[in-house]
Structures are given as C-alpha cells and as structure tokens.
Design a protein around this ligand. Structure first.
Ligand code: G6P
Length: 366
C-alpha cells in the first residue's frame, strides 16, 4: 500500500525515494505536450493579474520562495511571498488585479487557512496548491490544484516539497506563455528542461553514498550554515530547516552574497558551510564566497556538478558531485542531497526522523 514503509527504515527515506515517480506524474499533468496542450490546464488567466501574492507556512513557504525566481524571471510577473502567520494580521492591501496563491501539503494549516479567509472577497483569484484535495484550504479556494504527491507521512516534508516546486514551475511556464514573456521556442526549451527533472532526481538519488559519508562528518558539529544564490537561496533556507527539524543541529540558511553582512563573523573550523553551487551563471560569484569562508579557516561542503568541482573545488573540505542540471530548475534536483544530508545526519545522531520532537505534520491550531 502507499502508507507502509515499502522496505524502508523510515517514511522519510521512502518518500525521498518516491520522488522520481511522483514528479514525473505531476509533470505529465501540468506541462504542455508538443502541441502546447495540458492535461491539467490550470484554468488561470495569468494576464488578468498584475502580481501574485504567495502565502504558506514552513517548507511550503520555501517552495513559494523558490518559485518567485521562476515567475519573475521567466513569466515577468511580480511575486510577493509571505508566511501566513504574518500575512494574516498585517491586513495587506489587495485588489482584483492580485492573484493570491496558497501552498499547503495538508490543506489544514490554521494560519494558512486564516490568511485565505482574509483574502476572500478582496483578491482577484484565490488559488491553492495542495496535496490533500479533501481539505479546508482546497474547499475554500476559487480553484485548487493537486500536487499529486500521494500520502506524505514523515513530518519533515520531502516529496510534497518537490512536487509543489514541479507544479509551481509548470504554472510559471503557463504564465510565461500566456503573458508572451517567452517565445514558443524558449517555452519549449524550458518545458524540455523541466521534463528532465525526474530523471535528474533519479541520478541525484544515486549519489546517496557520498551524501551519507559527508553526513557522518557533519553529525559531529553543532552549527551549520547553508548558502545559495538565486533559486538555490531559498533551497539553502530549506536545507537549514530540514537539518534543524530532524537532527536538532542548529542551522541557518543565507544568500551567499549576504555572507559578508553578518554570518561571516561566525566562520571558524567549528561551523561547516554547505554551499549549493550548480555550475550556473552565478557560479563564479559563489566561488568567491567560498574563498572568503576558506580564508577564515571555514570548512566548505560543496554540492556541485563535475564542471563546478573542476573549476571551484580546490581547497574545499567535502564535495558532493551532482549530475549536471542546465536551466532554472536545478533547485528541484538539489533538494535531493539537501534532504539526504538532513536524513543521514539525523540517523548518525540517533534522532527520531519520522517523528521529530515538538513538531507536528499538520499544525491545525494557531
Ligand atoms: C508543519 C510541518 C511542515 C510543513 C508546515 C506547513 O510545520 O511540520 O513540514 O511544511 O507545517 O504545512 P502544510 O500542510 O500547510 O504544507
């Protein structure tokens, strides 16, 4: 059945391993075929809005943050992101040219639901992206779209996060086409890149032994910093969140470029720095940030690809070599080592991976 562990030690590892299948399924529904047709045409006219406001909690809010890069860079539509507990009490101004988008695995998170109710009658469209379609958030939205991840039991979200990203990426491509932000050839090239993600996730799962070896070392530290740029910046936040949630190691995520404005003061050999560094347009800037860390005796865990390792790997403490991922969707593929790092580090520390202390799968009270 879908709710046993299928031979895995934990639901979390089972759900990590399921990602190629559920992502391929979600993308089959949401991406256009060669004729530009969708099995699920979102039914949203993205030309009717001047901006998107995305609201969620926890890992779902970080999925929103990653997708802000895609909606703004590819579809050229401004996106604001907020966490529901702040949004709901700020009384943010809304109008009918605003699309509000709620992302929730459970569809029952109290703060997210309250934020949605605030928007009722004020926004142009209330769209939700949920895993549980039989949920309050799905019911109270103008339109609810499923992420098709299947049941997620582990408290720390994994496959729901990457399926949220896949659906958001596909919607960003639909928005880009509708708004004429990309021509047909560019749209097709981006669709092709998105459709390669499940295969790249399979390749990323295959490097688990490398991630496990790094985790055995990471487990000895009490503080870890995660860095990334672009869409990998919110993924750095997610890496820190996952690690603290299940291993109880203190971790922080930062934009690589912000390092010099604070966290660099903490750098010494006692705080490993995990750098999410695919060989992309920002790579050289990331390498300079790594050098700033190493010049102060900091230990770098570099997660990159073969080209990145060849060009920027000198002097780093640990390396994890990912498959090459071209295009804007690398954050989905890099979610895999980020999840595995948290999982294996937690196993090393002997914590309860599926039921971390003080956390709940779904927070239905404020
Ligand atoms: C809890 C869970 C997180 C989840 C967050 C939002 O904190 O432990 O994994 O990201 O709620 O949940 P939702 O169901 O709204 O996605």
């Amino acid at each position: 059945t879908t709710t046993d562990k299928a031979g895995h030690r934990h639901y979390m590892s089972k759900e990590i391993a399921e990602q190629p299948g559920v992502l391929a399924n979600a993308l089959k529904y949401y991406t256009a075929d060669r004729e530009g047709r969708h099995l699920i045409e979102a039914g949203v006219d993205f030309t009717a809005y001047d901006r998107i406001v995305m609201v969620a909690c926890g890992t779902a809010s970080l999925a929103c943050f990653v997708s802000k890069y895609w909606f703004e860079q590819i579809a050229r539509i401004p996106v604001e992101i907020d966490i529901a507990s702040e949004f709901r009490y700020r009384e943010p101004p809304l109008n009918t040219r605003t699309l509000v988008l709620f992302v929730s695995q459970s569809g029952e998170t109290a703060d997210t639901l309250a934020a949605l109710r605030y928007c009722t009658g004020k926004a142009g469209l209330i769209l939700s992206i949920v895993n549980a379609m039989e949920s309050s958030i799905a019911r109270e939205s103008d339109l609810a779209l499923p992420i098709l991840a299947g049941p997620e039991i582990g408290v720390a979200s994994t496959k729901a996060f990457t399926c949220q990203l896949a659906v958001l990426a596909a919607l960003a491509l639909q928005a880009a086409r509708q708004r004429g932000a990309v021509d047909a050839a560019a749209a097709q090239a981006l669709t092709d890149q998105l459709q390669q993600v499940p295969g790249q996730v399979t390749q990323a799962l295959a490097i688990a032994p490398q991630v496990r070896a790094v985790s055995a070392r990471l487990a000895r530290y009490d503080d870890v910093l995660f860095l990334g740029r672009g869409a990998l910046y919110p993924l750095a936040l997610e890496g820190a969140l996952k690690l603290k949630e299940i291993s109880y190691i203190h971790a922080e995520g930062y934009a690589s470029g912000e390092l010099k404005h604070g966290p660099i003061a903490l750098i010494d050999e006692e705080m490993p720095v995990v750098v999410l560094a695919p060989h992309d347009a920002m790579f050289d800037k990331t390498v300079s940030n790594m050098q700033e860390v190493m010049a102060r005796g900091g230990k770098i865990v570099m997660i990159s690809d073969a080209r990145g390792a060849a060009r920027g790997g000198a002097g780093v403490w640990q390396q994890i070599e990912m498959p090459a991922v071209d295009g804007p969707f690398a954050a989905i593929v890099y979610a895999v080592p980020v999840q595995q790092l948290a999982y294996h580090t937690a196993l090393e520390r002997g914590t309860d991976v599926d039921q971390p202390r003080n956390l709940a799968k779904s927070v239905t009270v404020e």
